[in-house]
Design a protein around this ligand. Structure first.
Ligand SMILES: [Fe+2]
Length: 298
């Protein structure tokens, strides 16, 4: 089915929590434009060039307000990060900058991440697929094995397709698969991410994530060949208690069904692996280049 995404003023905090955060439904938050201040823009630019952030494959991470209080953190972000039902890294803010027509292939975010993704510069086209149906997945990971031009049929999947405009912020709940294409010459996004402490096992993707964790916790050294390679003990930065909460209700029957599904994925893998790995490398293409400072011109 084709679903429409809603737009909600970002000041409607209670409504956001009840209708979208708790229900794990995507929404576009509006009315944040005035917070894109000059000092914040120059701070973003500094971060993109390695000042005060930590470089990862394709993005920089930072403390919640880009460090040293230089950025007014949107109230809606503060509201989420003040909750005790989430865990997050000490640097939960990610900065992405990408050129036009950069396409991030279909995936859902690892570590059961949820995100508030603020489009500070530029517009992006998003395709979202609801977690009530499993996609073909790379065995034991959160990466899909779909071809680049995969079009999810609305008869099989619940799909949202939309453009997020500059200044708007997208809430992406955990397990919603997404494919993102940049539409502007320069695109900069601030994405705050966190993990809920309790799993959501009401959807097939949520149950698969729990089963994946349980199986991976039992295969020891084999984990080093699977993306992500990070220690399972660091899952979502919530410690052993959170890992246990995600895995303890997985039944033997679920595990059997899960292994059967992953075996099918294994059979498909040789035919799809090249496309998946190409996509992975493109995902890490960012334009943190020196020649074009979008903030100088503004
Ligand atoms: Fe993502």
């Amino acid at each position: 089915m084709r679903l429409e995404i809603e737009r909600l003023p970002s000041g409607n905090l209670d409504e956001f929590i009840q209708r979208f955060y708790e229900a794990e439904q995507p929404v576009i938050l509006t009315g944040l434009e005035s917070q894109g201040t000059k000092s914040m823009q120059s701070r973003i630019w500094a971060l993109a060039h390695g000042e005060g952030g930590e470089a990862h494959n394709g993005y920089y991470s930072s403390p919640i307000g880009l460090g040293a209080g230089s950025v007014p953190v949107p109230e809606i972000v503060e509201r989420v990060f003040s909750r005790d039902d989430i865990a997050h890294k000490p640097e939960p803010l990610r900065l992405w900058m990408q050129p036009r027509n950069n396409c991030t292939g279909l995936h859902y975010d690892g570590n059961s991440l949820c995100g508030l993704n603020w489009h500070v510069i530029g517009r992006k086209h998003w395709l979202l697929i609801a977690p009530n149906r499993l996609l073909p997945m790379m065995p034991l990971t959160y990466l899909t094995m779909t071809p680049d031009d995969f079009e999810p049929g609305p008869d099989k999947y619940d799909v949202m397709e939309f453009v997020v405009e500059e200044g708007e912020m997208l809430f992406i709940p955990r397990y919603w698969a997404h494919r993102v294409t940049t539409l502007s010459e320069v695109n900069a996004n601030l994405n705050w991410v966190w993990t809920r402490r309790v799993p959501n096992r009401t959807t097939p993707v949520g149950r698969r994530e729990s089963a994946t964790l349980k199986v991976r916790s039992r295969i020891g050294r084999l984990n080093r060949y699977i993306t992500p390679r990070a220690s399972l003990a660091d899952y979502g930065d919530g410690g052993p208690e959170m890992f246990d909460s995600y895995t303890r209700d997985v039944t033997k029957r679920e595990l059997v069904r899960f292994v059967m599904g992953e075996l099918v994925n294994c059979v498909m893998y040789p035919f799809r692996s090249a496309a998946v790995h190409n996509r992975q490398s493109r995902m890490h293409t960012n334009n943190f280049h020196d020649s074009l400072n979008p903030f100088e011109a503004s």
